[in-house]
Design a protein around this ligand. Structure first.
Ligand code: NAD
Ligand code: ZN
Ligand code: ZN
Length: 339
């Protein structure tokens, strides 16, 4: 089958690889119909995150049809259209049963194979999914494109809002107007936020935030908004973004970080956090839980959510699509790839 694989920083390529097989009794094999490039793929692409074996199939956002099931899968059947969170989960360990399936004791991240072990990604024709019953969800009335968003960026935006305790009448800042930041803006609105100011240095992304009812701001406007927000939702993953969050949050406020950070220290010091009586919440989104919780709103707001896809291209154009997304060319906000 054809797959988009990691080669080295700034280099992904289309390669012919072996089709995945059932390895465990609870596995499923999915024929991928929709897959997308995530901002998280860019950490690998740019070499900020290292360790991935060359030849690893990229990607963790996919929707498709079940074509084969292991003998112990009991709630799904071949032919079902399913979507997936970006990590697998067993459904029975303590993290899985306490709302944090992204920290499943046996969970694996799609598209991460290091030193020969790990799970291949979804930017290909067929993908193996462990613990199919507890990992996958059938799309039901969801459009496949919306299901794909719900498997990652929509859930992650929603989790960022949950951890920020976004509530009716509050005033919030979102840092980063990529797909995750825009979904954070959206879920803040679903939760009844009064004002949401979205900070991004890219004019086109601020424009998109404005179209979706956010108040656009450039990070250089920080002085004007210093200490103005009940909570700040950080969806970038850089020291500059975290420092901006620190400046924007009010004393006693919350900084909720879903941006993936690769630096060794927080951008603000414990002493600065103390002086603002801060709560900081950071981490991977438990997407399998949020997929259930946000499904009704995702169905209701399908039309708006799919506006995020600025480009739809065949999988074979993947290498060019990575370049375009990484360099933010041609107004690229999110790319859908069709195997
Ligand atoms: P993206 O790269 O498309 O968007 C990032 C945006 O941040 C861009 O629009 C960029 O202009 C903006 N930005 C950069 N520096 C900024 C600054 N200093 N201030 C304000 N804005 C700034 O990425 P995305 O797909 O939206 O993902 C965003 C982040 O979320 C990434 O770090 C990604 O890895 C992470 N992520 C985390 C989870 C999780 O579970 N926690 C899940 C998905 C994605
Ligand atoms: Zn992702
Ligand atoms: Zn588990």
């Amino acid at each position: 089958m054809r797959a988009l694989t990691f080669d080295s920083p700034q280099k992904v390529k289309i390669q012919e690889v072996a089709e995945p097989k059932i390895q465990h009794r609870r596995d499923a094999i999915i024929r991928v119909t929709h897959t997308a490039i995530c901002g998280s793929d860019l950490h690998v692409y740019h070499g900020r995150e290292s360790g991935l074996d060359p030849g690893t199939i990229m990607g963790h956002e996919f929707v498709g049809e079940i074509i084969e099931l292991g003998p112990e899968v009991s709630t799904l059947k071949t032919g079902d259209t399913v979507f997936s969170p970006f990590t697998s989960c067993c459904g029975t360990c303590r993290p899985c049963t306490t709302g944090l399936p992204c920290r499943c004791a046996m969970g694996q991240l799609f598209g991460w194979v290091e030193g020969g072990t790990g799970l291949q990604g979804g930017q290909c024709e067929y993908v193996r999914v462990p613990f199919a019953d507890s990992t996958l969800k059938t799309t039901g009335p969801l459009l496949p494109e919306v299901a794909l968003l719900l498997g990652d960026v929509l859930s992650t935006g929603g989790y960022c809002a949950e951890q920020a305790h976004v509530a009716p009448g509050g005033t919030y800042a979102v840092i980063g107007g990529g797909p995750v930041g825009l979904m954070a803006l959206t879920t803040c609105q679903w939760r009844g936020a009064r004002d949401v100011v979205l900070f991004d240095p890219i004019a086109e992304r601020r424009e998109q935030a404005k179209r979706w009812g956010g108040i656009p701001a450039d990070p250089s406007e920080v002085d004007r908004y210093e200490g103005a927000f009940d909570a700040v939702l950080e969806a970038v993953g850089s020291p500059a973004a975290s420092l901006l969050a620190y400046k924007l949050v009010r004393p006693g406020g919350i900084i909720s970080i879903v941006g993936v950070h690769n630096e060794p220290h927080f951008a603000f010091t414990p002493n600065q956090a103390y002086d603002k009586n801060l709560t900081v919440h950071i981490g991977r989104c438990p997407a399998r839980r949020l997929m259930d919780e946000l499904m009704p709103q995702a169905i209701a707001h399908s039309e708006r959510l799919t506006e995020i896809f600025t480009h739809r291209v065949p999988l074979s154009d993947g290498p060019d699509a990575y370049r375009m997304f990484a360099e933010r060319k041609d107004g690229c906000l999110k790319v859908l790839l069709s195997p």
